[in-house]
Design a protein around this ligand. Sequence first.
Ligand SMILES: Cc1cc2nc3c(=O)[nH]c(=O)nc-3n(C[C@H](O)[C@H](O)[C@H](O)COP(=O)(O)OP(=O)(O)OC[C@H]3O[C@@H](n4cnc5c(N)ncnc54)[C@H](O)[C@@H]3O)c2cc1C
Length: 415
Amino acid sequence: MDFNDTPEEAAFRAKARAWLEANAERKSPDDVGGDMLGERTTPETVKRAQAWQKKKADAGWACLTWPKEYGGQGATSIQSVIWGQEESKFKTPPPIFGIGHGMCGPTVMTHGTDEQKKRWLPKLLSGEELWCQLFSEPAAGSDLAGLRSTAVRDGDEWIVNGQKIWTTGAHFCDWGILVVRTDPNAAKHAGLSYFVVDMHSPGIEIRPITQINGGQGFNEVFFTDVRIPDANRLSEVGNGWAVAITTLMNERSSIGAGGGGGAAADLLKMAEGLEIDGRPAIEDTSVREKIADFYTRSKGLQYTGMRSLSALSQGKTPGPEASMGKLVGAFLAQEVSAFGMELAGTAAATHDEAFTPSAAEWQARYLGIPGLRIAGGTDEVLRNIISERVLGLPPEARADKGIPFKEIPTGPPSK
Ligand SMILES: Cc1cc2nc3c(=O)[nH]c(=O)nc-3n(C[C@H](O)[C@H](O)[C@H](O)COP(=O)(O)OP(=O)(O)OC[C@H]3O[C@@H](n4cnc5c(N)ncnc54)[C@H](O)[C@@H]3O)c2cc1C
């Protein structure tokens, strides 16, 4: 296995780095963390993120793997990874385009008409228009196909009613990808259709959800008689599940695990600057053991990730190792942040960034990371996928298979 860049990859990396050096400021070793879930995104940071995206688009560095006809470069996946590695070394605005570029764009490319692609993709790529994902509902998350929001046809339009939840970025987005039930008489997965909805439409109410760390990254979104033109439907009526699968496959491959590698390095820095019983914390055996353990595990994760990258670099498809990244990485990141809180001691009780920037960052991470273990597939759901699709174990029993959706028992009516 060779983890080094090929000559072509090295040349691409040098070109990317040169552009970044000329257009952005390099991070200093003291920069900690980042706004990983967009929870602290403000109207001002959205504007900065859009300006950065436009700059990249104008210079040909946006959405590298997208085809050239939509403004991308038709680049390989490995080139896109190299760009991401280099960009992460620079101070850039919060990454608010992940859902739009990683999930919505590829879905429109796969299932949209030429007209739909021309209308939506260029402004999505340049960052002019922001997109969100309206899939989850109060009673449909892991079991997404159990969703209950409806769309009823009215001439050239559809009338949508229902509720979505956990919609990241809905409060600053222009468009949303939406899965709704259009046929309650069909079986669960067969009665769904997929639309692109204008988030400024009358009848849409967006209520931000305040998270445990005080941020507001996601929202409840209520639909009351919202009208969507039939021209905004992706694929056939009733084929929404197949389109949703395209989005979810792209979600799994675009969600980064993080893995706690950078955070382990931050821990080391903190342990060097703190004292325990009058001596530097880094000299304490139990602290050293913990940090060494986190570092070793994060390296294991990093090299497992590099196996996938090597496969991509050689034009192969990543193997089963690709399924482990988020499952193992999010858990490790949670353990690392818990130990960061422990080390910060009483300072970790504050989340006032002006007062204790480093301790506040550990608290923000500690309280935000549980969300990473849920978003894009919970631990249990990822384990199910690994057991069924990687290890070939028997699938879960599915009692609702083939039954018309409206006949699936839902428990006694609430009083
Ligand atoms: C930070 C964050 C951002 C998000 N952003 C978005 C977004 O932009 N758009 C969007 O549509 N959604 C978004 N979500 C929602 C996310 O997709 C759901 O939370 C996720 O799919 C889990 O669904 P649920 O919350 O309904 O939990 P449930 O599915 O109800 O799960 C509850 C528990 O049951 C377990 N469980 C469920 N099914 C099984 C099973 N078959 N076997 C074993 N255990 C099971 C789960 O692992 C979990 O522990 C976001 C979530 C988070 C945390």
